[in-house]
Design a protein around this ligand. Structure first.
Ligand SMILES: [Zn+2]
Length: 377
């Protein structure tokens, strides 16, 4: 659905003719319970009333500061656009798909080229990008930068030095598709040294970790985020809460991941992966209770699918406001991005119906304003 919109939307220009001042009166998502006013002046949010401001129309009764997808791969073609993987054209098409659904901030969790790095921010959603996907030869799905153990520290350091905010390491794998029983990709000391080296250069480190052993390896190495974490345990979540390590469960990819495992290792592997996602679903409310930061990410779904992960998080027992926060304010706070705050860029998405009651309403915004510019939907 979102995929069909790819390419139809243009990136707005942030400069040009002056824009009027606007007033918005709506319930602030994800956790507000009554209408409040905010104003937009010079493309920024203010809470100081402006007398002659126009009402922003079409109105919406609910407002969110733009959605966030914390696990995407902009250089891969999950919308099946046919554009070449790794090309700047594909990255732009994917970014348009996100923008058209009010998704303004993305954490790219591993690339197959440096196309994302080379694009300007102007008019495009903000991307917190990782460098390449790092895994040893034969120990991922073939899209990695082949990085044997003896090169990991050097490559991770280089990625961080090149300006990547994140370094993404594939921590575990199983060639037979039984990813829940995957084994670590790197010796523990090597992984720990690579994490330390990247962090010393100012980057954060995310690991793809599905199996209990892979998650354990990531935690022992001191990573900043666990991606997928399908086989995660309560004890590991306790450790993450204590050390402020975040979790991106990507529940929404369960059917896709199961299909891949079936192709690799038949029904047994498929069943193992589905059981793993059942475990992850049960662990989501446990993680929330323990105080682990949960981020919403859609990984191999087409751009504009973040609402599906909000649905999945809700279905696993996360409170509606927390599930929506995982795709908005919680993610923004974690990434150091402002929300509905004085002086913040006017990133506003309005809805007529409360998406906490049904996250599918997130697909029908009444209005999208990105950095003070109205986006045609
Ligand atoms: Zn991924």
């Amino acid at each position: 659905m979102a995929g069909a919109r790819l390419g139809l939307i243009a990136f707005p220009r942030s400069r040009g003719r002056p824009v009027p001042a606007y007033r918005v009166c709506a319930t602030f998502l994800p956790d507000g319970d009554q209408h409040r006013d905010l104003w937009v002046r010079d493309r920024r949010i203010t809470f100081e009333p402006i007398d002659d401001a126009e009402d922003l129309v079409p109105r919406g009764r609910f407002v969110i500061p733009g959605l966030v997808d914390c696990h995407v791969h902009l250089t891969l073609d999950f919308a099946q656009s046919g554009l070449p993987p790794g090309s700047p054209e594909l990255v732009d098409a994917n970014l348009r798909g996100h923008l058209a659904t009010g998704t303004f901030i993305l954490r790219d969790m591993g690339a197959v080229s440096d196309a994302t790095q080379r694009l300007s921010d102007e008019g495009r959603p903000r991307v917190h990008y990782a460098g390449r996907l790092l895994a040893p030869p034969g120990r991922y799905f073939g899209v990695q930068r082949d990085t044997p153990s003896e090169e990991l520290v050097e490559v991770a350091t280089r990625e961080a030095k090149s300006g990547a905010r994140w370094v993404k390491i594939i921590a575990d794998f199983d060639e037979s598709g039984d990813l829940l029983n995957g084994t670590p990709n790197y010796p523990q000391e090597t992984l720990a040294a690579a994490v330390k080296a990247a962090q010393a250069e100012g980057a954060r480190v995310a690991v793809h970790a599905v199996s209990p052993a892979g998650i354990e390896a990531g935690l022992a190495a001191g990573v900043d985020s666990i991606e997928h974490g399908t086989g995660i345990s309560k004890r590991q979540l306790e450790e993450m809460a204590a050390r402020q390590i975040v979790w991106t469960p990507t529940l929404v990819i369960a059917p896709g991941a199961a299909a891949m495992s079936r192709e690799m290792g038949g029904e047994r592997a498929e069943r193992a992966v589905l059981n793993g996602f059942e475990n992850a679903r049960q662990m989501v409310p446990v993680a929330a209770r323990l105080g682990v930061t949960i981020l919403a990410g859609t990984d191999m779904c087409p751009p504009g699918s973040i609402w599906r992960e909000v649905v999945a998080l809700q279905a696993s027992g996360l409170e509606p406001a927390l599930a929506l926060a995982a795709a908005s304010t919680t993610a923004r706070a974690f990434l150091g991005e402002p929300a509905l705050a004085e002086g913040a860029p006017a990133d506003l998405v309005l809805y007529e119906r409360d998406p906490r009651n049904d996250p599918e309403f997130l697909t029908q915004p009444s209005l999208i304003m990105f950095r003070g510019q109205l986006i045609a939907t």
